[in-house]
Design a protein around this ligand. Sequence first.
Ligand code: HPA
Length: 278
Amino acid sequence: MEYTYEFFKASADYVKSIVPYTPEVALILGSCLGPFADTIEDPIVIDYRDIPNFLTTTVESHAGKLIFGTVAGKKVVCMSGRFHSYEGYDFEQLVIPVRLFKLLGVRATILTNAAGAINTSYRPGDIMIVSDHIKLTGASPLRGKNIDKFGPRFFDATYIYTPALRKLAWDCVEGTGLTVHEGVYFFFTGPQFETPAEIRAARLLGGDAAGMSTVTEALTAAHCGMPVLGLSVMTNMAAGVLDRKLTSEEVDETAKTISERFSDYVTKIIGRIGEVEL
Ligand code: HPA
């Protein structure tokens, strides 16, 4: 498959033919923020399957719909259901959602995810504003022929997680009832949870939370100059922090407990995003 500018434009042209406005903010929802999608007012829902050159999800808990509408008075587009490399996609395919957002003209993208806490001062249910990431495994989603219309071949990765959006996220914490940290997201390909030794290594290298998503999307955003905010929900202590097995039920359970407060937090951030110069 050759990924040309026209390949991505076909997705955007289809979506533009249905949605009569430009969303200001795009969101990609992790498994912890599914319910947020239900709060979107005046929704216009597009099935991933109907979008030319888009991908379809294989994870049951991920819905597979692009939802346009209004949140806190702002026009948004929200991906309910994201794509992970562990589903079998090529890394190159994982650029598709953020490039769609770029071509739609969105101003900023919020990436949310569930993650395991590597930092032992974090607790399940805490939030981490992503300050940076470490990705030592898997390929770059930007490998292959570069499309100059999106960005340069060699691009800066110093400020992937936009400082002004991180500050806004801090400014919105008060009154949410959430415990918030700022730290480094350590990417693992999954689908297996990490081994305790991998988590110890990640901690030594500077990781605060372990997860299987977000980084490919953030890299795509950095390539095309899209401002990004990353928010991780600590659904569990990472492998080996506690002397017991890790289960996806535990992850889902914490996600469920926190989802309403987290959803309110994200709504608050969206409502104030106009204050930030990007
Ligand atoms: N590791 C990787 N991904 C995750 C975890 C974890 O512990 N918890 C939720 N997503």
